[in-house]
Design a protein around this ligand. Structure first.
Ligand SMILES: [Zn+2]
Length: 279
């Protein structure tokens, strides 16, 4: 089975990452640059390190560059020129759907750079200090705030990181209604018992015959580069494979062969294909 880990990160001075890539466990790993971020206890790779790894493993590793939504739109062109194929904002000062950010989304749509938006419950960073240039908590990163982005930029691939817990109904509306919003399951196990019913729900997004499973991607959200995280990524892969083999495929539509392939590979592949196509 082909597999894309469509949302992950890299630590500074990563150990064992090359081995994971070369093992072939994943066909591709998509690294989200978080060099602009501090999280307690994690030292993220610089953007140069992320790009270097993506170049070294061309075709196996894709790099999404950290974009400051409160900064200038020209960042987008610069990140594309550097070699990033997508964008990763985080903890913006306004909510994602603010029209102030539209010039950045406009450049992303023109340059065909998918945007991976964290949604829902978020890791704690350092406490507030005067002059802090980011927001706190998940209020600015609710799934609902992506609806305006998807409507205003109908070709932009709006990637919702995670299922948006605890705002699952907002995620459901996004998947139901907007053809260009997709999400990934990383970090999502809190209500896994409801997940197959969720994946089986029907869309009404203008693309005939689509179900939520056609818009939900496999991802680990691991911080690759420490032995424990590398191992956890492989365990998560095994977990989701077994979940599909013994639960989803037995009891639900989302577990049929084509749907399973969509989850592990095709849903991510179609975003990559859009990004790779000419503009
Ligand atoms: Zn992440």
């Amino acid at each position: 089975m082909r597999i894309i880990d469509s949302h992950a990160h890299l630590r500074r001075g990563a150990v064992g990452f090359d081995k994971i890539v070369e093992s072939g466990a994943f066909d591709e790993i998509w690294l989200m640059d978080l060099s602009g971020i501090s999280l307690s206890g994690v030292d993220f790779a610089s953007r140069e390190e992320v790009l270097e790894v993506a170049k070294r493993h061309k075709g196996r590793v894709r790099a999404f560059g950290f974009v400051d939504l409160d900064g200038i739109p020209e960042q987008v062109d610069k990140l594309r020129d550097m070699g990033f194929c997508g964008l990763k904002p985080y903890k913006p000062l306004r909510h994602y759907g603010s029209e102030k950010y539209f010039p950045i989304y406009e450049r992303a749509q023109i340059l065909k750079m998918p945007v991976m938006f964290h949604t829902g419950l978020v890791a704690k960073g350092p406490a507030w200090e005067s002059g802090a240039r980011h927001s706190f908590g998940s209020a600015n990163m609710r799934p609902d705030s992506l609806a305006s982005v998807a409507e205003a930029f109908p070709e932009l691939r709006v990637m919702q990181g995670h299922m948006g817990w605890p705002y699952m109904e907002e995620t459901a509306q996004n998947l139901y209604y907007y053809k260009n919003i997709t999400c990934d399951v990383s970090g999502f196990r809190r209500c896994i018992s409801n997940l197959p019913e969720f994946m089986d729900r029907k869309c009404n997004d203008g693309v005939p015959g689509r179900f939520f499973i056609d818009k939900i991607r496999f991802a680990t959200d691991q911080f690759y580069g420490a032995e424990a995280d590398n191992a956890a990524a492989l365990k998560l892969l095994e977990f989701w494979k077994l979940y599909f083999e013994f639960i989803a495929s037995v009891y639900y539509k989302c577990g049929q062969a084509a749907e399973t392939e969509n989850f592990f590979y095709c849903n991510a592949r179609s975003i990559a294909d859009w990004s790779d196509s000419k503009y």
